[in-house]
Design a binder for this molecule. Structure first.
Ligand code: GLA
Length: 362
């Protein structure tokens, strides 16, 4: 259904934001560390018309329900459904002092949900951009990223870091966003033309408002407390002997974060010198660390990575995003992406019984 068929008028604004794929730097953002995401071509599009009064009517064509959800700005309440992301945005904008009226909203997305590719942040940032444009709100990019994160933390109830919102706001095609999540300093690093990316969705979904992500975050905070630092970011590889004296599972959790921060810095150096072989090895090392130390991989994802390891065209592969399902990012020889992706997808489907999707190359 088009916006006009739904609401009997044309939208005033049309805004969008991309999904992201994290190249490396996983579970480092809520520890004050480094991340290196880029965008994927899939996007979330929000069409919005202003309404007088405070009523919001919203429909997501991906959510399956043909009837718009309705509420009044200022009366948001959590429902445990996709609509919480929208309610979270009007809630956080109001909290931050941005006066809003009502809106008619149509949402359509090609970012797969719960697949480690940041469908949540794409929706948050697309909504923030639409409200900014429709209501001429003086919002800057980093401020929007922080508001999106706050909506997700405080309204939706998912204790996520800031990587996804920053990536969806600031990263662009063909470049990685190198972000220090503590200072919020960032630069963009061009992706080399001497390699190609594959992003393969395993078809196993996750939900970060549920327990496992929260547990990992709490374990990191406890490890930092026991080690006497504000955040795990304050440690480096020289501290590993001390880190590994912590009891289970805190030592392994902290070791993942400390080594992953070091891998992000090494990955930036590899990108800058065009060393795709080294970058690929860092992908594999990151995956092993997420599987063995952080315990966020699953059998299906390990299978995809192992299939990748067996192919000479692949430089490296790893679980991307929060884990417990989701997608794998691979670095492959230029010109081989489409063929390698379809071979791995076919082998994976045959062995796992799951339905994979190749998001990149499109
Ligand atoms: C999810 C969160 C991010 C980050 C990743 C793991 O995508 O939204 O903030 O913590 O998991 O790196």
């Amino acid at each position: 259904m088009t916006f006009e068929q739904l609401f009997g008028t044309n939208p005033l604004v049309r805004a969008s934001a991309p999904g992201r794929v994290n190249l490396i730097g996983e579970h480092t953002d809520y520890n004050g560390g480094y991340v290196l995401p880029t965008v994927i071509p899939q996007r979330t599009v929000v069409e919005l018309a202003r309404r007088s009064g405070g009523r919001v009517r919203a429909l997501s064509v991906n959510a399956g329900k043909p009837v718009p959800f309705e509420y009044i700005v200022g009366t948001e309440s959590r429902r445990g459904r996709w609509i919480d992301y929208l309610q979270g945005i009007t809630w956080v904008l109001t909290k931050a002092g941005f006066g809003l009226g009502g809106a008619d909203i149509r949402i359509e997305s090609t970012v797969p949900l719960g697949s480690g590719l940041s469908s949540s942040a794409a929706l948050e940032i697309a909504l923030l951009r639409a409200f900014r444009d429709a209501y001429t709100l003086p919002l800057e990019d980093v401020q929007m990223a922080l508001l999106g994160q706050r909506a997700e933390n405080e309204f939706v109830g998912a204790p996520v870091g800031v990587m996804d919102q920053m990536a969806c706001t600031l990263a662009g095609p063909g470049q990685a966003l190198f972000l220090d999540t503590r200072s919020l300093d960032w630069t963009v690093v061009p992706l080399p033309s001497s390699a190609e990316l594959i992003v393969l969705n395993s078809g196993v979904t996750h939900n970060h408002a549920k327990g496992d992500y929260r547990t990992r975050r709490a374990e990191c905070e406890e490890a930092a407390r026991r080690l006497g630092v504000a955040q795990l970011r304050d440690l480096d590889v020289q501290d590993l002997p001390r880190v590994m004296e912590l009891p289970e599972p805190f030592g392994r959790r902290a070791r993942h974060v400390v080594t992953e921060d070091a891998r992000v810095l090494a990955a930036v150096r590899a990108l800058e010198s065009g060393d795709v072989e080294a970058l690929g090895q860092l992908f594999y090392a990151s995956h092993d660390s997420m599987r063995d130390d952080y315990d966020v991989s699953i059998a299906e994802i390990d299978l995809v990575v192992d299939l990748a390891r067996a192919m000479p065209e692949v430089h490296g592969a790893r679980l991307t995003g929060g884990g417990f399902g989701g997608s794998v990012v691979m670095l492959v020889k230029p010109g081989t992406g489409a063929a390698v992706a379809s071979r791995i997808a076919a082998d994976y489907a045959a062995r796992s019984g799951k339905t994979p999707t190749v998001l990149v190359p499109e």
